[in-house]
Design a protein around this ligand. Structure first.
Ligand code: ATP
Length: 359
């Protein structure tokens, strides 16, 4: 089921929580709403669910305008951060709740409900725990019960609000990967809210980056990470190095150092005033002896290896620190040590015009 969000605005008193939001979600997509606290993610999710009414705009599921349709009639499954399980009900009773409260005509038989619960317990890998109560489960298990409960009513759309936010890092990662696999099996159009960029980039088909009640960028994880359209998105999505300077005929000149980049021509040719060039830590070329133009001498301050990646902090001559990420094999080939002076050049930089800083 596709979702179309058309020109949605929502105010709380004089505060604009959402302003003119447009978004098309394709049938079967897994989309992450990503943004800092207060950016409007939950408000948008609640409007899709029908738990909140927009002041302006429309929501469509497929061709059907759902804007005035009650939440209960929208056929959405909702999973919240804090489980929201019924503590006095067993796992099986929680999962079957949505089926048991259906109007008599639509309600499945006791046998059908039992079979459905069994099937869902297997799906969320909780078989054998049907008689436990929420207090007897781990956080990850509770969240899987919440998901099974949401799936029991065969929703057309699955909405998840920080579903793994309360779990520790390892469980979080396992569960989100598992959610992705589950999604690939069932293709239920799913929207999940997170403020964790790693989570959004790791599992979604597309990421919707929000700030101040507006959508700042929509794209695949690769697009938004590698080609952010604003300083905000660049900064919010990962580590970044920022160089101050000017562009002259397509060449970025930073505090006396010259850094070339072919991309600059596409966006900015000349800047009269100082502006900023952005580079991700993995976007540097690094040499132990200077060969070619545009390399900056830096001294290695800190080296930290995690698995296949080596994180390096290096100091420029004028004092700024640069963060660099190198593949371990490359790091070993270069034989870099602490205190050494090496030469670095961004393979890619993105220059934003002063106007783009206000986006
Ligand atoms: P978080 O990650 O902290 O949950 P969010 O991006 O999901 O943030 P929302 O919960 O959508 O943000 O809130 C957006 C803004 O609207 C916030 O400033 C919040 O305080 C405000 N807001 C949300 N709901 C209400 C409400 N019922 N009454 C008043 N203000 C509200």
């Amino acid at each position: 089921m596709s979702i179309k969000i058309e020109n949605i605005s929502k105010n709380f008193g004089s505060f604009a929580a959402l302003t003119d939001v447009d978004l098309n979600i394709e049938s079967g997509e897994l989309v992450a709403l990503l943004g800092p606290s207060g950016s409007g993610k939950t408000s948008l999710l609640r409007i899709i669910a029908g738990l909140e009414q927009p002041d302006q705009g429309n929501i469509y599921f497929g061709e059907q305008n759902m804007t005035d349709v009650e939440a209960i009639k929208r056929q959405v499954g909702f999973v919240f951060q804090h489980y929201a399980l019924f503590s006095h009900m067993s796992v099986a009773e929680n999962i079957s709740y949505g089926l048991r409260v259906k109007p008599r005509k639509e309600r499945p038989s006791k046998k059908e409900i039992k079979d459905k619960v069994k099937e869902l317990l297997e799906l969320v890998k909780l078989d054998g725990l049907e008689n436990r109560y929420p207090s007897q489960l781990s956080g990850g298990q509770r969240q899987r019960v919440a998901l099974a409960r949401a799936l029991a009513v065969q929703p057309k759309v699955l909405l998840l609000d920080e579903p793994f936010g309360a779990l520790d890092a390892k469980v979080r990662k396992d569960l989100r990967r598992w959610l992705r696999k589950l999604h690939d099996e069932f293709h239920i159009t799913s929207v999940f809210v997170t403020h964790d960029q790693e989570e959004a980039l790791d599992v979604s088909d597309r990421v919707v980056v929000m700030n101040d009640g507006q959508i700042k960028q929509i794209g695949t994880p690769d697009e938004v990470y590698e080609n952010p359209n604003s300083p905000f998105v660049f900064d919010f999505l990962g580590n970044v190095n920022i160089f101050k300077g000017r562009v002259h005929n397509g060449i970025f000149q930073s505090s006396g150092d010259e850094i070339y980049h072919r991309d600059i021509a596409a966006t900015v040719q000349n800047t009269k005033k100082d502006t900023f060039a952005y580079t991700r830590p993995h976007q540097f070329d690094i040499q132990t002896t200077e060969q070619g133009e545009g390399y900056l001498p830096v001294s290695i301050q800190y080296i930290h290896a995690v698995g296949p990646i080596v994180f390096i902090e290096a100091k420029r001559e004028q004092g700024d620190l640069i963060e660099i990420e190198l593949e371990k094999s490359k790091f070993i080939d270069l034989g870099i040590t602490q205190g050494q002076v090496v030469f670095v050049k961004p393979k890619q930089i993105k220059v934003f015009t002063p106007e783009e800083f206000s986006i």
